[in-house]
Ligand binder design. Structure first.
Ligand SMILES: [Zn+2]
Length: 185
């Protein structure tokens, strides 16, 4: 199996030099693209931003030169967005895991799945739910809901409305959108 590579030079952002796009493909039809900055001026002022996006259902990788100052600021915003989201998860778990345990105290596993499935689309089928939770305590799989599902739905199951959690979540998505706007704007 061999990789074939093809390099294309393109004008760099400052216009004084170039960057190279390296496309590699193998006999299996796999593709890989990487970018390399050739211009010494742009090397100092631009960072390569690599991201995933979906093109007619297929995941593809995009590349973009972003001014390093802007790039660093957006990474910091993303870091804060993630920390804020984690704070929301932590707080919800602390407040509503005991509530969920109480709600489902006497419920069968099937009844729990039905109640969860009405609001949360994490477990696709009852079979998957049984399989996934086979060796878990009730507290353990209820606790996992907070990490993997959207918190608004989990709070709905707990019959709770929590302004503090909602504020954290909306702050987190505002930070995330600010970062995206910087990177893609
Ligand atoms: Zn340049």
């Amino acid at each position: 199996m061999s990789w074939e590579s093809n390099e294309t030079k393109k004008p760099c952002p400052c216009g004084a030099g170039t960057y190279t796009v390296i496309d590699r493909s193998d006999d299996w039809g796999r593709f890989e693209t990487s970018w390399r900055m050739d211009c010494p001026i742009c090397s100092n002022t631009y960072s390569l931003y690599t991201y995933d996006y979906y093109n007619s259902g297929l995941r593809e990788q995009g590349h973009k030169w972003v001014q390093t100052e802007i790039y660093d600021r957006s990474i910091e915003l993303k870091r804060r967005a993630k920390a804020t989201k984690e704070a929301a998860v932590c707080l919800s778990k602390e407040r509503y895991l005991p509530v969920l345990e109480e709600v489902f105290r006497k419920s069968s596993k099937k009844a729990i799945w039905q109640a969860l499935n009405a609001n949360i689309k994490w477990y696709k089928s009852l079979g998957t739910f049984y399989k996934h939770t086979k060796n878990q305590e009730k507290r353990e799989y209820l606790s996992e809901l907070f990490n993997h599902s959207d918190l608004a739905s989990v709070l709905k199951v707990a019959n709770a409305k929590d302004e503090e959690v909602e504020r954290l979540l909306s702050n987190s998505s505002a930070l995330e959108s600010e970062a995206e706007a910087l990177l893609h704007g």
